[in-house]
Structure formats: C-alpha cells, structure tokens
Write a protein that binds this ligand. Structure first.
Ligand SMILES: [Zn+2]
Length: 361
C-alpha cells in the first residue's frame, strides 16, 4: 500500500475527536525528524499539541492541515469510525476526508521533497489543533509567532484535489440589549430589552454590507442564528441576546463592518465578537496557484471557493500575506458526515501534485 495511504490509516486509528491532537502529532513529528526537519511542538493545552516543522533555508512554502476531527454524531456508523476500513477504493473513518488524508499526503510529499535532489524550496509544516472549533490552534500559533513569511500557503482541506482559491470570512457576533425588570402587569415601570432586540433584529435583516458582490466569492451575507430573552411570561425582560453570522468577502475589513452594523442596529445594542475570521482569496494568475495547477491539481472551474472556512483565515496574515490555495485529497461532501470516507486514489494523487508543485517553486 502507498505510504500516504498507510499513514492516513494510522492517523485515522488515533481518535482525535474534539482534541487529543498530541497523539496524532507524535508519529508525524518522528517521521519529519527522520527526514531532516527541525520539529517543534505547539503546546496548546494538555494532550493538545500541534507541530511546526521546518526544512531547508530561505522563505519556505507553508503546508498546513489540522489534526482534530469533529464528533461522530448521534447516528450509528456502519463502519467503525476508528478502524480505517478499506472497501474497494474507499477508506472509511472519522477524519479520513476532513482531513487526515490531507495531512498524511502533505507529510509524505514533504518527506519525498526533503530527500530529492538539486536545489529545492524550503518547507514549513504547520499542523494545527482545534481548527473545527474556530481555528483556535492557528490563532494561538500566530499569537506565539510560530508562523512566518511564506512563498505560499497550501491548505490540504478536502477539495477532491481541486485547487480552490479561497473562501468567505466569518464574523460571528452576539448582540445584547439591556433594560429594567418590572411586573408584567405594570410594563410602564420597566424597560423591555426584548423590544429593543426585536428592533435590532429587524434592522439586521435589512443590513447592507456596503460592498459589491465579489466576482468569485459572491455577495456577503447576514444571518441571525439564535435569539434569547426574558425571564418568564409575567415579567418585563431586562436582558435579550441574539447571535449573528456575517459571511464576508475579500477586501472587507471586519472592524469597519462591525462599526457599520452597530450603527444599523442602533445605540441600544451592544455587540460582542464571538469569532473573527477574514475571507481568503488568491487570484488565479498567482504563480503559486499556477504551480499547483501545472502540477496536476484539478481546475476549480466555475466554483473556485470552498464552502467552509479554513485556518488560512488566520495563517495568511501570519505568513505575511502569502498567497493561499486549498487543495486536498478528501471529498468535500464527506466532511463531518456519518460513515465518512475518502477515495484512496486521491490520496496518492495528492502526494504527486504536492511533490510536483514543490518541485516547480
Ligand atoms: Zn477540516
């Protein structure tokens, strides 16, 4: 069996649902050290360590993937989620597509690159923790200065080996209104926080981001996801909260967007930021994109953006504004599903694409 397929199976057999990334990182650190990489652990929390591995000199190409996986869900699996069962050309298990196949392909391509001949571009691997819970690991890596200037950031999230050029950003906010409680029979003695929030929500529905649609990412969007307020039926509520999910396009400044939204919602609404992940976009004519396409990455065609966000939201800035491409062997529609699988030939293909692309840079 191909080395990257073997490694994918080994990683899938390590349960990293919601954490435990240190156990996944350990065999990868050993392999990369054996291949001549300088490896450092990124200690995030007990049992939760990612890794930073560096090979060669000069500004590197940065390869990134996350080591955590999402929960299994309530539905029964027909394939053991941590047995890495092979059935035909499918490899089953939690994290096969999202994204242990991608991590394994990156690591094997990096090993092969380091053992190649002639002058070769330097490499940096950033294997992260806690991506699925809002890019926590990448944020911590960036805050600790573990990522540096890069010639290009390759994110091996599942794209079926298509070279995707970016994705929308996400700004998640909590809107809070406050008032004064009173008995429900005497509302004039209170100040109703729910009425204030209702006005804010109505305004949010009509919120205009103030930017045109991006030619490839589409238009920015706004959604009110949750609403909570009040104590009981016979009291005037003094607190109400809603959560908002704004999806942004390249070029939108989230701080300015938040100010614009605050003006729209009115002065009675307090906004708290829950998550702030900017959009990612690289033009198709960028040499980094072209290197991947020339190396065999599939053309993204009419849908060049990922439907999910990635650590690139954080790492592009941490890597000095590097161009970013999302290209990995997993099946995008298999991410987070019951009986998740990836296709074995795509893992082998991803290694070939990565190795060939690195050879061109
Ligand atoms: Zn993922």
């Amino acid at each position: 069996m191909n080395a990257a397929v073997e490694l994918t199976r080994e990683l899938v057999m390590i349960d990293s649902v919601g954490g435990n990334e240190a156990a996944v990182a350990a065999p990868l650190a050993r392999r990369l050290e054996a291949a001549g990489f300088e490896v450092r652990a990124h200690e995030y929390a007990p049992g939760r360590a990612g890794l930073v591995a560096r090979w060669g000199s000069g500004v590197p190409v940065t390869l990134t993937g996350h080591l955590d996986t999402v929960p299994l869900g309530a539905r029964e699996w027909t394939h053991d989620p941590h047995a890495a069962e092979v059935d035909g050309d499918r490899l089953y298990g939690r994290g096969t597509s999202d994204m242990k196949a991608g991590v394994a392909a990156l690591v094997v391509a990096a090993e092969e690159h380091s053992r190649g001949e002639g002058r070769r571009v330097a490499l940096e691997l950033l294997l992260t923790v806690g991506e699925e819970t809002g890019c926590e690991g990448a944020l911590d890596m960036a805050a600790k200065g573990l990522a540096g200037p890069s010639r290009g950031l390759l994110v091996a999230e599942p794209t079926a080996n298509r070279a995707l050029l970016g994705h929308k950003g996400a700004l998640w906010l909590k809107a809070v209104t406050r008032g004064v409680t009173a008995h429900g029979s005497m509302p004039h003695l209170g100040d109703n926080a729910v009425y204030k929030l209702a006005r804010a929500i109505t305004a949010a529905e009509r919120f205009d981001h103030g930017v045109p649609a991006h030619p490839r990412l589409g238009a920015p969007t706004t959604n009110v996801g949750t609403v909570r307020g009040g104590i009981n039926v016979n009291s005037v509520p003094d607190l109400a909260e809603a959560t908002l999910d704004l999806r942004t396009v390249a070029g939108q400044d989230h701080a300015a967007l938040r100010d614009r939204l605050r003006d729209t919602l009115g002065g009675e609404t307090i906004l708290e930021t829950l998550s702030d992940l900017p959009a990612v976009w690289t033009e198709e004519d960028d040499p980094f994109v072209q290197a991947l396409l020339a190396a065999g990455a599939h053309d993204p065609g009419e849908r060049p953006a990922a439907s999910y966000f990635t650590d690139a939201s954080v790492l592009v800035a941490a890597c000095g504004g590097a161009p970013a491409v999302i290209c990995g062997p997993g099946e995008p529609e298999q991410a987070h599903v019951t009986d998740e699988y990836c296709r074995i030939p795509r893992i082998e293909e991803a290694v070939d694409i990565y190795r060939a692309a690195l050879g061109r840079l």
